[in-house]
Ligand binder design. Structure first.
Ligand SMILES: [Zn+2]
Length: 62
């Protein structure tokens, strides 16, 4: 698997930590284009900021 790029926190500009990955089935129903064939849903990544505790959710890139 490719090395994950660190996200910059939109709140404080610090480096965010990769936190978790989940499959969002509700999004796949709403937007079939984003569906992942293996998981049957849209794969989402969660990143958290250790400084301001902000959590960012974004579509997985790999
Ligand atoms: Zn932050």
């Amino acid at each position: 698997m490719a090395q994950r790029e660190k996200l910059k926190c939109p709140g404080c500009g610090g480096e965010m930590n990769f936190h978790a990955e989940k499959v969002d089935y509700s999004k796949a129903l709403a937007d079939p284009q984003s569906m992942d064939a293996e998981f049957g849903g849209a794969l989402e990544e969660f990143h958290t900021c250790p400084r301001c505790k902000l959590t960012v959710e974004r579509p997985a890139t790999d």
